[in-house]
Design a protein around this ligand. Structure first.
Ligand code: FAD
Length: 425
């Protein structure tokens, strides 16, 4: 691309960061402007729970230091919300009324928290969501007033909030509508093992129930009434049932939107020179062989980077995302990759090794000799190999038992497979 090319990125998450790095791999000179409505340059979003209990601080939260942006010639506009996109004129408008021209645009607006309607919750200052640095800071500011908290949502975000609060001495109750926590990313056995660890650490978990009403007195939360009729004493309520793709800006500009912003294999939207990436978009998933919203960090970064390269003139297809979730609570590491709860009639085989006493669990989901999914609890060291085997789509026939054992490693793969893996690095 020529020196004059103007790249604009909307969204300062990892997808936006990936795009900066992708663009600069190809084009060292074009102008890059990153517009983000948060007050901070890209930071570790999963890190907000670590920040809340002091494992990260303000100096370790940013994903890159300030010199990164100046060295790469990036204009960083924080506290700046893009309010519209004029696809014909090639400009975006900001809340302050500024028009910013672009030749190539990336929409990486991420997700917004889903806020379930709960009677009596509106307007109370001790009701929080848990997706931004600002959310964590708000909770941190008021931590002296929080002795008991109810977290609505037993998924990854809710449990991260619960862990952080528990670690700063708050008595926490997690409410989960399903019959188990982590129901989207993990299977029941893994969810139950994680739940056991959380309960041992002092967190209460109530499944098949949710918050229906907040009872408050003069603006102070007193208790949360559950759908079952039970009530839980609390002085704070954290809403953490997930995020939905933030597509309004794209939709308002005439860009095709399904659940997320729709992109082709080059991560370009239906409008030429406008790309989308990350939690806001529906990109190709290698297991499901379709476009899906998979709101996880490695996919967001990978899409952002690939979109950036393509914006700068390469013409490479996105290799496809793979759902991969890693969590570690109180010493128990748990990873899920790909398809973990296969449909019953889909022709999949499921192999399992469970050692409840030592909190070790392994599950493989295979079909016609290929690995489609895996769950690893306790022994997670070689998860990267499992992910590669799923990505490569090669046969693992005959290796299943070794893979179920903790012994499995590169040495067990045949030479061709090892060479293929090394070539991918
Ligand atoms: C508590 C928590 C824990 C998590 N843990 C994990 C984990 O362990 N592993 C994992 O893989 N994933 C995890 N995730 C998910 C992961 O953080 C996301 O998948 C990832 O951050 C998505 O990146 P993104 O760049 O697409 O979007 P985001 O990180 O959401 O960034 C989008 C940015 O765009 C900005 N923006 C939106 N609209 C506009 C606009 N109109 N104008 C300007 N700026 C705008 C937003 O303010 C935001 O800063 C976690 C998420 C949370 C909240």
């Amino acid at each position: 691309m020529s020196k004059e090319t103007k790249y604009v990125i909307i969204g300062g998450g990892v997808a936006g960061l990936g795009a900066i790095e992708g663009i600069r791999e190809v084009d060292k000179e074009g102008e890059i402007t990153l517009v983000t409505m948060e007050a901070y340059p890209p930071y570790s979003r999963p890190g907000i729970s670590y920040w809340l209990y002091g494992k990260l601080d303000d100096t370790t939260m940013p994903l890159r230091d300030d010199s990164f942006y100046s060295n790469l010639g990036v204009t960083l506009m924080t506290d700046c919300e893009a309010t519209s996109i004029d696809t014909k004129a090639g400009t975006i408008k900001t809340k302050g009324g500024k028009d910013i021209p672009f030749d190539r645009l990336l929409i990486a607006t991420g997700g917004s928290p889903i806020l379930p309607p709960i009677d009596g919750a509106e307007g109370l200052d001790m009701v929080f969501s848990f997706t931004t640095y600002k959310d964590a800071r708000e909770i941190g500011k008021k931590r002296d007033k929080i002795k008991r908290a109810v977290v609505v949502g037993g998924g990854l975000i809710g449990l991260k909030a619960a862990e952080a609060l528990n670690n700063i001495g708050v008595k926490v109750t997690v409410l989960e509508l399903m019959d188990r926590i982590l129901s989207l990313a993990f299977d029941k056995t893994a969810g139950d093992l994680v739940a056991k660890g959380l309960v041992e650490a002092g967190i209460e978990i109530i499944t098949e129930d949710t918050a229906q009403k907040v009872v408050s007195d003069g603006g102070k939360i007193m208790e949360i009434v559950l759908r079952s009729g039970k009530s839980v004493e609390a002085d704070a309520l954290i809403l953490a049932i997930g995020v939905r793709p933030r597509v309004e800006l794209a939709g308002g500009a005439g860009i095709d939107v399904g659940r997320g912003i729709l992109v082709d294999e080059r991560l370009m939207t239906n409008i030429k020179d406008i790309y989308a990436a990350g939690d806001a978009s529906e990109a190709y998933d290698i297991i499901y062989r379709e476009r899906r919203v998979t709101p996880i960090l490695p996919n967001a970064y990978g899409q952002g980077k690939q979109a950036g390269r393509n914006m700068a003139g390469t013409d490479e297809p996105y290799e496809g995302g793979l759902s991969m979730n890693a969590i570690g609570f109180y010493g128990l590491d748990t990873i899920s990759i790909g398809l973990v709860d296969p449909p019953e009639n889909g022709g999949y085989d499921v192999l399992v090794r469970l050692d409840k006493e030592n909190n070790i669990y392994r599950k493989l989901v295979t079909k016609e000799g290929r690995l489609f999914g895996a769950v690893l609890v306790g022994e997670v060291e070689r998860a990267g190999i499992f992910a590669s085997l799923i990505r490569d789509g090669v046969s693992i026939a005959g290796l299943e038992e070794t893979m179920l054992s903790g012994e499995f490693g590169h040495v067990h793969m045949d030479r061709d497979l090892r060479v293929k893996r090394l070539e991918r690095r």
